[in-house]
Design a binder for this molecule. Structure first.
Ligand code: SF4
Ligand code: SF4
Length: 79
């Protein structure tokens, strides 16, 4: 699945504007009393096309394998 590192995200909207299916949105978060916007991806909608990874100027978006995918890859390596 595709994930956003909210510590790196600067809320520029590039991922929101580039996603072809509208799977990304900006939300407001409060950190140490400061309000900022960060991107959040809906995994139920995301088609894992990778466009948002390429467009993010802060390198805040990345492909992260979940536990099941990791197990699957390992079993493929073994077999
Ligand atoms: S990987 Fe593709 S579908 Fe998923 S959020 Fe990014 S641009 Fe949208
Ligand atoms: S493109 Fe990157 S920095 Fe900009 S809102 Fe999306 S995740 Fe955040």
């Amino acid at each position: 699945m595709i994930v956003v590192d909210q510590n790196k995200c600067v809320g520029c909207r590039a991922c929101v504007d580039s996603c072809p299916i509208g799977a990304v949105d900006l939300i407001k978060i409060t950190t140490s009393g400061m309000v900022s916007s960060v991107a959040i991806i809906d995994p139920a909608l995301c088609g894992v096309c990778g466009v948002c990874i390429d467009r993010c100027p802060a390198m805040a978006v990345a492909l992260q394998q979940n536990e099941n995918e990791n197990k699957e890859s390992k079993s493929k390596l073994v077999s």
